[in-house]
Design a protein around this ligand. Structure first.
Ligand code: TGC
Ligand code: FAD
Length: 396
């Protein structure tokens, strides 16, 4: 095989179109700090955590110290006033290690701190946001139920107005951080009006119980639970100031944006791993890297990650100006998850038998990404959102 040493001007394989030049110094600084943390504190152990079905106790506080919890919120509440691009880059760096790391930060930032900041009273903000930002408190988001996932409007959890409060009853399933949470954002139907309401529930309230789901073959370094609400009394002052499904969906719009960036981290990790592997792996008398079909597959991976990065960056620009319309976010979530899954699957295959072991990261990412394709709106749900945007007809 003829080999050519990469020239001094070789293009970066993790930023092929030099998006770095478009980031602000602060965005680069945040990205680099998270990258250093991930490489030194998470990557050496994350495969063990995943195998052991464990999310380490100390991580929330470490994330808090790093400043990645609620990073876009104002400093007054413990945030960093960071840009959406910075938030996206944080997600990408975390998901380079494992989707479970990004999931923790997505839920805490986009699904718990965001609604408290946007729809909560000053008292709720003061009570929860600083502790959530520091990682002293953990939050979860309870929308999905055993019989209401893609169609959350079909939820059965009920809120009954009693005196100056509400009584909540119901079951939530597949709730990230559920058993770790100090505070839960719970969505329930008002028994009298049928309106969907959101509540900030202290999980130490009597009648609240969380039980972990322990049979996952995906997202094993992330806690996922079932929540049982049995006559949980919540003061009216702990209700979010929004009525209807749009309250919950507006939170999903934030988290889906983060996923569009995050999954490219998982894809990049698979690409880096397989590129190094094929350089040395002999087959039919030469390294796999010298085979045309292998090069085509690497080129497809690089193209997918590059296109996804451009899409995510443009979405962040649009979001900064309020242009993160749900259909745009759906397209980015759908496409970038598809790309990441394709990259992880191809990397897994090129690793051969080694690729089915957790000694290599590809299969762990591939299995995690199966969850990412399902949560925050399945691939099909986002296809139907786009179909509705194109045709004006709802086909759910
Ligand atoms: P639809 O009539 O479309 O909408 C009801 C109201 O909501 C508004 N809206 C949105 N607002 C903000 N952001 C969005 N993405 C929005 N989508 C819709 C809409 O304008 C309307 O407002 P208004 O003022 O007219 O009342 O509602 P629908 O019942 O037809 O449902 C639409 C559908 C299917 C797209 C929606 O239900 C959906 O997205 N389903 C998927 C459910 C889902 O994604 N669940 C995720 C649970 S959380 C999770 O998975 C966390 S994973 C942990 C992690 O991230 O790591
Ligand atoms: P279903 O809605 O039953 O879908 C099953 C299949 O049917 C899918 O292929 C779907 O695309 C398809 N389908 C559904 N409707 C249609 C249709 N109209 N036309 C054609 N096909 C359709 N939820 C939370 O609230 N909070 C969390 O923190 C959270 N974390 C999660 C963590 C993990 C690890 C997982 C796996 C899930 C989590 N979820 C969470 C739940 C997640 O959002 C749901 O699993 C997801 O929305 C899909 O719902 P479902 O599982 O009920 O599947």
């Amino acid at each position: 095989m003829t080999t050519r040493a990469p020239s001094a001007t070789a293009l970066s394989l993790e930023d092929f179109y030099d998006l770095d030049a478009l980031y602000t110094p602060e965005e680069r600084m945040i990205r680099d700090a998270v990258r250093d943390f991930v490489r030194s504190e998470i990557l050496p152990s994350v495969a063990d955590w995943w195998r052991d079905d464990r999310f380490p106790e100390e991580l929330p506080r470490r994330f808090g110290e790093l400043g990645v919890l609620g990073a876009t919120l104002p400093e007054r509440y413990g945030g960093a006033g960071a840009s959406y691009t910075a938030y996206g880059l944080i997600n990408r760096e975390l998901e380079y290690a494992d989707s479970g790391m990004r999931s923790f930060v997505s839920v805490q930032s986009s699904l718990v701190m965001y609604p408290i900041h946007r729809y909560g009273s000053d008292a709720l903000r003061d009570r929860w946001l600083p502790r959530l930002a520091s990682g002293e408190a953990v939050g979860c988001f309870g929308l999905t139920e055993p019989d209401a996932g893609s169609d959350p409007g079909a939820m059965r959890t009920r809120a009954r107005k009693v005196g100056d409060g509400y009584v909540l009853n119901g079951v939530k399933r597949w709730i990230t951080n559920g058993s770790r949470a100090d505070v839960a954002i719970i969505w329930a139907k008002d028994e009298a009006t049928g309106d969907i309401l959101g509540f900030v529930v202290d999980t130490s309230t009597e009648g609240f119980q969380a039980v972990d789901i322990k049979t996952k073959a995906s997202m094993r370094a992330s806690v996922t639970s079932e929540l049982y609400l049995d006559d949980v009394v919540v003061p009216a002052s702990d209700r979010l100031d929004v009525v209807g499904l749009k309250g919950a969906l507006s939170c999903l719009n934030q988290a889906r944006f983060g996923i569009a960036f995050g999954v490219l981290g998982a894809a990049q990790a698979c690409f880096d791993e397989v590129t190094a592997y094929v350089a040395d792996r002999p087959s039919f008398g030469q390294p796999l890297a010298g085979k045309q079909i292998v090069q085509e597959r690497l080129a497809d991976m690089l193209a997918g990650i590059t296109q996804g990065s451009l899409l995510a960056y443009r979405l962040a620009q649009l979001k900064a100006d309020g242009g993160d319309r749900p259909a745009r976010v759906s397209l980015a979530k759908r496409e970038n998850v598809r790309t990441a899954l394709a990259v992880a699957r191809a990397a897994r295959d090129l690793l051969g038998g080694n690729g089915i072991t957790t000694e290599y990261a590809a299969i762990r990412h591939l299995l995690n990404l199966e969850t990412v394709a399902t949560y925050e709106g399945t691939d099909t749900v986002h296809t139907l959102v786009l179909g509705r945007e194109i045709t004006g007809t709802s086909a759910f």
